[in-house]
Design a protein around this ligand. Structure first.
Ligand code: C2E
Ligand code: CA
Ligand code: CA
Length: 709
């Protein structure tokens, strides 16, 4: 109420009017307590509603002029009095103040006090004031709660680094709070920014998405979240996330309200984690899982591609020699070298250990060959660090081409792996291309692996020398022992792999010749003295490949020179089949053997069922009748016929006969009766480590002749 309305309220001066039923009702409804203060008399009237507001019944309060002041909270008194004084002094149009009054029960009631001068004297000095007081406790509480919520909210915003902005659609104005401005790197004093400003920060690649997201809330009425990049004025790119919602407004077209938060660090962490999940920690190349996924995706496109399987040669030796730190360094260096020589379209992965893989999209044979050459060179040139500077690594690469979209990832890799083993078997530091002709199905894959493993076994001591004695039948063991040297491969799992498994694989992948040479050199080196003493003779099996090796005799001569083993203590077994298929080579081999007085046996005789005619062409020392004719000799008349015929012819040609695979006493008796001079088989002797046989032979040889068993 202002002084302007003073004339109208003048009529209410007497008590009767003041208590008029109409006013009372209206004021009661409005929960307004009325006060009426006569400055001349100092009297102050308080309405019943006012007393009631403070918990008092009628007449309970003494109507003192400063009653209200007595009830006012000490902290609010000064302000309340000042507000009245300023108004009386004419400084304000009306009294309007909030203060706390003491309730009868002791608590404080917040009231809004509004009033003013209603009567002046002739000089215009105020003589009477009236006002109303409203209980605003609830509102005050709500305000306090809101303020608290606000404090919490601001705290949370500050902690999360979230900025708040809004855009007034009608006014076409945007308002950015301080934090928002900070995020965008905007230096400005006020919240208001031009409505185009935000757009000018958007990263071109994210612009369309961000703008669409900021308009979306107009349709959905929901909170829309969007992540996008901004380019700050200094060129720095940051990732931000905004939550946006539309707030309808009765008067205007409404507002778009949003938050903005800088998520650059979180994004980076996310990207780092994603990178770590896809890459090998040591080399930074893709890891196996990521490579598999990528390969699957590429195969699905049905575009021709090549998979390279790259296996390092001599890496294990390097690791053992120079330690794991050097090994790690070498792997890193190899990875860098490989990456460095590849076009960007090629994906490189480390599959684990010293195995790598490449995925070459749109690859033809010529390109594959070029790339393989480059990778081989990169591996050779890899820096192995000072500890292993004198060493060199090499790689064996297997390449498989894939053009069928139905190829399974595992099969594609297995083919490349298989070709890799072929490359290893062929001598390492080279590549081989997978072809279905050289490998068929899973057994083919295993054969390649086995061949490579055999080569490794020669270096790491897993290839073992066994032997089986060949006995003279009928008479007790006399004079010298003839021992056939047999190879055994200790698998990585410890299992002994029989030669029937790994020798065909070695032959197929061209390593049989190396194997034979290794066996000859190792046996003669270890047992040269025993051979020299005449305690025993050794017979070596030769593969067809070895048979046709023109340098074979140079090798054998050199080993004999080195080891001092006598030629006469050495024999060779060549299979009938190998001899027949490499006729010229076999003929020459036998001639050279005879020159040196080395014995030669024709092994597995009868199995190839070739003509006896060949026997004339090979002046061999002995014929070993294939075990398949011996094992059932007691039951099979046919077998007896064959064995009898073979031994007859052999005798007529002047060569000895050895029956293989004698397992039963019956068979032994039959063979002895037929006049077969020599026998070999589990009944007579089971293969055992050559060392043991040689040791026994040495002891026997030292005994006086009469006491020999
Ligand atoms: P092989 O030359 O015919 O050798 C005799 C094979 O018959 C040996 O098998 C021997 O353990 C087995 N054997 C001997 N007596 C009996 C018997 O009474 N019953 C049965 N069931 N088997 C008997 P092993 O050692 O598995 O050798 C298999 C073949 O592998 C050999 O047949 C030989 O052709 C080849 N081989 C073994 N070592 C070498 C090697 O160093 N170089 C080459 N090139 N081939 C080898
Ligand atoms: Ca043999
Ligand atoms: Ca044989």
């Amino acid at each position: 109420m202002s002084g302007d309305g003073a004339g109208e309220v003048q009529g209410m001066a007497d008590k009767k009017d003041r208590n008029g039923e109409f006013w009372e009702l209206a004021l009661e409804r409005a929960h307004l307590g009325v006060w009426d203060w006569d400055l001349r008399s100092g009297d102050c009237f308080y309405s019943a509603m006012w007393s009631q507001m403070l918990g008092y019944g009628e007449g309970e309060l003494v109507e003192a002029s400063d009653l209200w002041l007595q009830l006012t909270h000490p902290d609010d008194r000064e302000r309340a009095v000042a507000s009245g004084e300023r108004h009386i002094a004419g400084l304000t149009d009306s009294i309007e103040t909030e203060l706390r009054l003491k309730h009868k029960s002791g608590h404080w009631v917040w009231v809004l006090d509004r009033g003013g001068v209603v009567e002046r004297d002739a000089e215009g000095r105020p003589v009477r004031l009236m006002g109303v007081q409203t209980d605003i406790t609830k509102q005050k509480q709500a305000e306090a709660e809101l303020a608290q919520v606000n404090v919490r909210f601001r705290l949370a915003l500050a902690a999360s680094g979230t900025g708040i902005w809004h855009h007034d659609l009608a006014a076409r104005k945007s308002y950015w709070d301080e934090r928002t401005r900070e995020i965008f790197g905007l230096v400005a004093e006020t919240d208001e920014v031009s409505q185009d400003l935000w757009h000018s920060y958007l990263h071109p690649d994210d612009r369309a998405d961000a703008e669409r997201a900021h308009l979306a809330p107009l349709q959905t009425q929901k909170v829309v979240a969007v992540q996008y990049r901004i380019i700050k004025r200094d060129g720095e790119i940051r990732h931000v996330e905004s939550l946006i919602r539309f707030i309808a407004d009765a008067q205007s077209s409404g507002q778009i309200l949003g938050t903005v938060r800088d998520i650059t660090e979180a994004k980076q962490r996310e990207q780092e984690l994603a990178h770590a999940a896809r890459h090998d920690a040591l080399t930074g190349l893709l890891n196996r899982a990521a490579f598999d996924r990528l390969l699957a995706e590429h195969i699905a496109t049905a575009r021709p591609l090549a998979v390279f399987y790259v296996d390092l040669d001599y890496f294990k030796a390097l690791n053992d020699f120079a330690g794991h730190a050097t090994g790690d360094l070498a792997l890193k260096s190899v990875a860098e070298g490989i990456l460095g020589c590849l076009p960007p379209s090629v994906h490189a992965a480390r599959l684990g250990g010293d195995e790598f893989a490449l995925l070459v999209p749109d690859c033809d044979a010529a390109q594959a060959e070029r790339l393989a050459g480059a990778v081989l060179a990169a591996v050779r040139d890899a820096d192995l660090g000072s500890t292993a500077a004198s060493r060199k690594l090499a790689a064996s690469i297997g390449i498989a081409f894939v053009s069928d979209e139905n190829t399974a990832v595992a099969d594609a890799l297995a083919c490349a792996d298989d070709a890799c083993y072929a490359a290893k078997a062929a001598g390492r530091n080279r590549f081989a291309v997978f072809s279905h002709e050289t490998t068929s199905g899973s057994s083919g894959l295993n054969a390649a692996r086995l061949a490579a493993d055999t080569v490794d076994a020669m270096d790491d001591g897993r290839l073992k020398l066994f032997g089986q004695e060949i006995h003279r039948l009928g008479k007790p063991w006399q004079e010298s022992r003839h021992v056939e040297v047999l190879a055994r491969l200790a698998g990585r799992n410890g299992r002994l792999i029989p030669p029937g498994e790994f020798i065909p694989a070695a032959e197929r992948f061209g390593v049989a010749s190396r194997l034979d040479r290794w066996i000859i050199r190792t046996a003669l080196s270890l047992h040269g003295p025993a051979l020299k003493s005449g305690a025993l003779t050794l017979g070596f099996n030769l593969s067809a490949q070895t048979l046709s090796d023109p340098q074979l005799w140079d090798f054998v001569d050199a080993v004999i020179d080195e080891t001092g083993a006598p030629h006469s203590g050495i024999g060779f077994e060549i299979t009938e089949t190998a001899a027949v298929t490499n006729f010229a080579a076999a003929e020459q081999f036998v001639r050279k053997a005879r020159e040196r007085r080395c014995r030669v046996s024709l092994d597995d005789f009868g199995a190839g069922m070739s003509s006896f005619e060949y026997l004339r062409r090979f002046p061999v020392d002995a014929i070993k009748i294939d075990g398949s004719f011996i094992e059932h000799i007691a039951e099979s008349g046919f077998d007896r016929e064959i064995v009898s015929a073979i031994s007859g012819i052999a005798r007529s040609l002047g060569c000895s006969v050895v029956a293989e695979k004698i397992e039963e006493q019956d068979a032994l008796d039959i063979l002895r009766d037929m006049g077969v001079a020599f026998g070999q088989g589990f009944l007579l002797h089971r293969p055992e480590p050559l060392d043991a046989i040689v040791a026994r032979a040495g002891v026997q040889a030292a005994l006086p002749a009469g006491r020999r068993a």
